[in-house]
Design a protein around this ligand. Sequence first.
Ligand code: NAD
Length: 247
Amino acid sequence: MRLKDRVAIVTGSTRGIGEAIARAFAHEGARVVIVGRDQVRAARVAEDIANHGGRAVAITADVSRLEDAQHLVKQTLETWGKVDILVNNAGITRDNLLLRMTEAEWDEVLAVNLKGAFNCTKSVVRPMMKQRQGRIINITSVVGQMGNAGQANYAASKAGLIGFTRSVARELASRHITCNAIAPGYIETDMTATLEAGVREALQKQIPLNRLGCVDDVAGVAVFLASDAAAYITGQVINVDGGMVMA
Ligand code: NAD
């Protein structure tokens, strides 16, 4: 029980990596807030966690809207009285070559992936400062480090998230609030399910551990960063990528 009685908000936790992180947190004793735009999906995950003996509530929010993020934190405080952990995981892709990329594709990705993290972090900072402790974990990507053709918007949002992580880490360290990022490589989720077989094979060749990752590979690191064992780690980017990026 490494997170016993902690309260954790995990954005984009109705499926994929976010869902795995929420389940892993609940397994370690945390009370989790399942966040997504779809109330039915969010409620289903929360219910299933409760059926397995965990504690979870579902709150609907579009993280790209500041008022939704503020409402999310307010509701969490009303339900459980505190917020110990925030995981900014909600993310989208709208891939296109730069020549064809529309302004809307650029704006949407930046609004969810980067502004979403700003909105949620800003909303959670005051209660965390009052508590004089907190953990913020941002889910970035190896694409933010390496770049990727067809993902200028996504790569920019994920690289931005790394700068955001380091700035927040410096700003809040004196209040015992840590802020770190996890950079997954290619993880088997809905987001990567659409990869063609050839692309998948080519990708695998670039991964020293010779497989795509699974959601629990990422969730395990999130539990560690949220736990007491990571108290002296802040401003870091931890790659969970099978060795794809070695800096
Ligand atoms: P996914 O598409 O399976 O899940 C994304 C989640 O975010 C869903 O629950 C969705 O409902 C939610 N979401 C999307 N927009 C939202 C919004 N505006 N407000 C609230 N919730 C919203 O994706 P995933 O593969 O699980 O990825 C999760 C995170 O990990 C993303 O930030 C993604 O960029 C990052 N990531 C994924 C991979 C990968 O290989 N899958 C690799 C690197 C980084």
